[in-house]
Design a protein around this ligand. Structure first.
Ligand SMILES: NC(=O)c1ccc[n+]([C@@H]2O[C@H](COP(=O)([O-])OP(=O)(O)OC[C@H]3O[C@@H](n4cnc5c(N)ncnc54)[C@H](OP(=O)(O)O)[C@@H]3O)[C@@H](O)[C@H]2O)c1
Length: 271
């Protein structure tokens, strides 16, 4: 894509070393984590909470510290939610676009906290070694996305305005993601911990429809924001969730003899 074509859709990158570095770091670290999932090097939560562990010892030979999944997930999302909420006080009413971005980012992490507290039924733990980098990644990406938007306020608007399609993508992503989380939660009765083959919604086509809708939601952020940072973070997240969904499908195939082979990882009929 030439620079001229990109500038039809994106704000010119602001002259900030921090934002430029974060654009590269977010993309590279997320994409690398996605390839790690494919290679069997998992972030240790959910089905993979005790994968890669050598008698639960980490690379330094010390015992892995574990949190309950619920505590770990609350740790993951709280700083990013607080960053979004604080941004209304730090950058009040700068532009319609920036207020929509602040609202959607804050709402995303608020929704995740509500789901952790009231929807998901967890069975395992989360390794502290995994919780810390994920927490940092969510916090830094939420704060950087909102901060980068502030740096565009005096820059010329992109020729093609994607704000409204972005709001639509965000809402579709939120609803689809929540609905599939709800279906997953219905698989377990109170206190039950076993895994079952999910059914309903798009589960007949892909094993991670909730990831698919999260990707749609994140393209919503990118369209609303129209900054290079939001786009690089979204593309990095896409690679991560592609990798994690591939590993998840492989996990189901290894656990359930009757897992339907036509159910793909994340993109119906394709992947
Ligand atoms: N933006 C990012 O980089 C990023 C990265 C990862 C995830 N996420 C998002 O966070 C959300 C949750 O992700 P996740 O990886 O935690 O999802 P997940 O592994 O599918 O787990 C979600 C919930 O469903 C339960 N569950 C999953 N499969 C089940 C089964 N077969 N039978 C019974 N219960 C089952 C899990 O229980 P257990 O905990 O017991 O497994 C957990 O409570 C997703 O929407 C995803 O898109 C975002």
């Amino acid at each position: 894509m030439t620079i001229t074509t990109m500038l039809n859709f994106l704000f010119p990158p602001p002259p900030s070393l921090f934002v430029t570095a974060m654009s590269v770091i977010s993309f590279v670290s997320l994409a690398n984590a996605g390839f790690g999932e494919v290679r069997g090097k998992h972030l240790n939560y959910s089905k993979f909470w005790n994968a890669n562990s050598n008698n639960n010892k980490n690379a330094t030979g010390k015992k892995d510290m574990k949190l309950s999944s619920k505590t770990g997930m609350l740790l993951l999302y709280t700083p990013a939610f607080l960053a979004g909420a604080a941004s209304f006080w730090i950058f009040p009413h700068q532009s319609f676009r920036s207020t929509i971005l602040q609202s959607s980012v804050t709402f995303h992490f608020f929704k995740r906290l509500v789901e952790v507290l009231f929807v998901h039924k967890y069975s395992g733990s989360m390794a502290l070694d995994s919780a810390i980098p994920i927490t940092l990644s969510y916090f830094l990406s939420a704060a950087t996305m909102i901060y980068t938007q502030q740096l565009t306020l005096d820059l010329p608007e992109p020729q093609i305005n994607l704000l409204y399609p972005g709001i639509v993508l965000f809402v579709v992503g939120v609803i689809g993601n929540f609905y599939h989380h709800y279906l997953l939660s219905k698989l377990r009765g109170k206190g039950e911990k076993e895994y079952k083959i999910p059914k309903g919604g798009l589960f007949g086509f892909v094993i991670c429809p909730h990831y698919l809708f999260e990707i749609i939601e994140f393209y919503g952020f990118s369209f609303i924001s129209q900054t290079l940072y939001a786009l690089s973070f979204t593309i990095g997240t896409t690679f991560y969730l592609l990798g994690r969904s591939y590993a998840t499908r492989r996990w189901y195939l290894s656990k359930f003899e009757d897992f339907p082979k036509n159910v793909k990882a994340i993109i119906p009929f394709l992947f």
